[in-house]
Write a protein that binds this ligand. Structure first.
Ligand code: NAD
Ligand code: IPM
Ligand code: MN
Length: 364
């Protein structure tokens, strides 16, 4: 998952979009830790912050500026985003424009959401350990039910009709399935499971069936399987150890990755990458803006911190990425945990602790 970068190998240009709610708390903690890791590794990060989100939208109507996509391609190696969503914007239009807009317009077709249990104390599953919960969810990120094709007829009347299309292209389905197999192959992972609902979605998901059959034939060394999404979610709870790589569509991947996050300890611990291999890509924690706990310094920043680690790995800075992961491991081991994990560390205090841990342990 590495990128051929346009800038110098020891300097990366990172766009920061904290966004809304706890995004504004977890991203500063994440930036603090990533700066510490870069400095310890003798590298340089140039960060540029963008104030896009609900406040800005409510102030002047800005969502995603028209030159943003070109600017990211030209001036940045990666984007780190917090979360989008605010009760004052019930249409969620700013989130659709900014977050979904960047996924679509930067063509970030891989949404990589690892579900990895760091410490068995934190899974809600009885008798499960670190070796049981260690899999990747690849979510198709540019198509499906998210494309916004549809509309209303007779809106607001008793006869109203609402339609939302599930758009799937052969190219789109093929590239995410192939990515999942290539990822497994590169890491010597033995199992890829595709999930859809082709027993009911007989056009759109039949395409997934046919493409999966074709692509899996190219990877005979990998054990490929299929589970309908309803069964998949049940199986994730019943026996998560059966999965190495899961690949699925946009909406099902959204749902499966929140479940996977909780199996691995909590939504606040889960990182993700929105990736187009070789191009500027966007990294964000899996969680949202969590309005109920925003501004209280209690949100878990570990998902956002691990997201910075994923970003560094993508950019080819593996030692720095490992240093970040090691710091989170150490915090969990030493009981330096936030309320979500039963502890009392604040968001800022965890940012301080993790960044000084990285500075002390160094980057190897
Ligand atoms: P959410 O992820 O914000 O919160 C779900 C639950 O998890 C809440 O109980 C919340 O308190 C908790 N939680 C989430 N992150 C946490 C953290 N880091 N530490 C501790 N607890 C945490 O999902 P939601 O409540 O469905 O959505 C809230 C808003 O966020 C909505 O506007 C939604 O559209 C948006 N959202 C945005 C993104 C994104 O930007 N990527 C993702 C999901 C939801
Ligand atoms: C996520 C979020 C988004 C999604 C929302 C905010 C549109 O839930 O990134 O998981 O559904 O993709
Ligand atoms: Mn989600």
């Amino acid at each position: 998952m590495t990128q051929a970068s346009s800038s110098a190998p020891n300097k990366k240009r990172i766009a920061i979009i904290p966004g809304d709610g706890i995004g504004k708390e977890v991203i500063p903690a994440s930036v603090q830790v990533l700066k510490s890791a870069a400095a310890s590794g003798g590298r340089e990060v140039a960060v540029t912050e963008f104030d896009w989100g609900a406040d800005r939208y409510l102030r002047d109507g800005t969502t995603l500026p028209s030159d943003a996509v070109e600017m990211f391609h030209r001036d940045f190696d990666a984007i780190l985003l917090g979360a989008m969503g605010d009760p004052r914007v019930p249409t969620n239009v700013h989130a659709a424009d900014i977050l979904l807009g960047l996924r679509f317009k930067l063509d970030l077709y891989v949404n990589a959401r690892p579900c990895v249990l760091f410490d068995k104390r934190f899974t809600p599953l009885k008798d499960r350990t670190e070796k049981d919960i260690h899999f990747m969810v690849f979510r198709e990120n540019t198509e499906g039910l998210y494309v916004g094709m549809g509309g209303n007829f007779k809106k607001g009347t008793a006869d109203e009709v609402a339609v939302q299309e599930d758009l799937n292209t052969r190219k789109g389905v093929e590239r995410i399935i192939r990515y999942a197999f290539e990822y497994a192959k590169a890491r010597d992972l033995k199992r890829v499971c595709m999930s859809d609902k082709s027993n009911a979605m007989t056009f759109a998901h039949d395409l997934w069936q046919r493409v999966f059959k074709q692509v899996k034939a190219e990877y005979p060394e990998i054990e490929s399987s299929h589970q309908y999404i309803d069964n998949l979610l049940m199986q994730m709870v019943r026996d998560p150890s059966q999965f190495d790589v899961i690949v699925t569509g946009n909406l099902f991947g959204d749902i499966a990755s929140d479940l996977g996050a909780q199996l691995a300890g909590g939504l606040g611990l889960a990182p993700s990458g929105n990736i187009h291999p070789g191009q500027v890509s966007l990294f964000e924690p899996v969680h949202g803006s969590a309005p109920a706990i925003a501004g209280k310094n209690i949100a878990n920043p570990m998902g956002a911190v691990l997201t910075a680690g994923m970003m560094f790995e993508y950019l080819g800075w593996k030692p720095e990425a490992q240093a970040i992961v090691a710091a989170v491991h150490a915090a969990l081991r030493e009981g330096k945990t936030p309320a979500e994990l039963g502890g009392s560390m604040g968001t800022r205090e965890l940012g301080d602790w993790l960044s000084s841990f990285v500075a002390k342990a160094g980057v190897r």
